[in-house]
Design a protein around this ligand. Sequence first.
Ligand code: SF4
Length: 231
Amino acid sequence: MTATADHKTLAERASKELADATAEEALRWTADTFGDDFIVASNMQDAVLIDLATKVKPDVDVLFLETGYHFPETIGTRDAVQTVYPDVKIVNAQAAQSVAEQDAEYGPKLHERDPNQCCFLRKVVPLRQTLAKYSAWVTGVRRVDAPTRANTPIVTWDDRNGLVKVNPIAAWTDEEFNGYIREHGILENPLVSIGYLSIGCAPCTARVEPGADPRSGRWAGKSKTECGLHG
Ligand code: SF4
């Protein structure tokens, strides 16, 4: 189903009513309101959000942007998620072109010459096409991720993609987030333990120095800091 004008009104009301909701409350509201008609996005850095979502909907849809450029560890984490949470339905959203086809049309390593164009083709468009089938999506965006995310609401209307957006762990600190992983034995991408603290496509993700901003490893050396998925 696609979102309607009523969903925008709903999001605006829920934005106020759920402004201080816990992650569990936000996800319960999402499942009660949308039933099967929502999807949880994951970059397969960890399964925190998936674990929380399966508590309210064990067979929840999980969106993974399969760009063709992921680390093997990230693909392995995706496959491990399917094993640990056998009822979830992983939706692998892919670009219209394979990497080889993109190379043939735009030249090799577009991510080095024009990462915005590469992200648009391999992330933004597949995301939009997938979200068009749902009325709401759930993300793991947190306010501490970056200054641009400092005011992230728990529930909002995503004007760019035209559906309700729920950010259940927006208010979580790093301590709360890491504590949840430890206490619940949550699956984590093995790259995290060797210093990859914000994991995206392999050519655009670097290890982060101890104490540095976790997102400094994304598109290091380029002016780009966001994929264009949440801005
Ligand atoms: Fe391309 Fe890099 Fe964006 Fe991945 S993160 S889609 S490789 S520019």
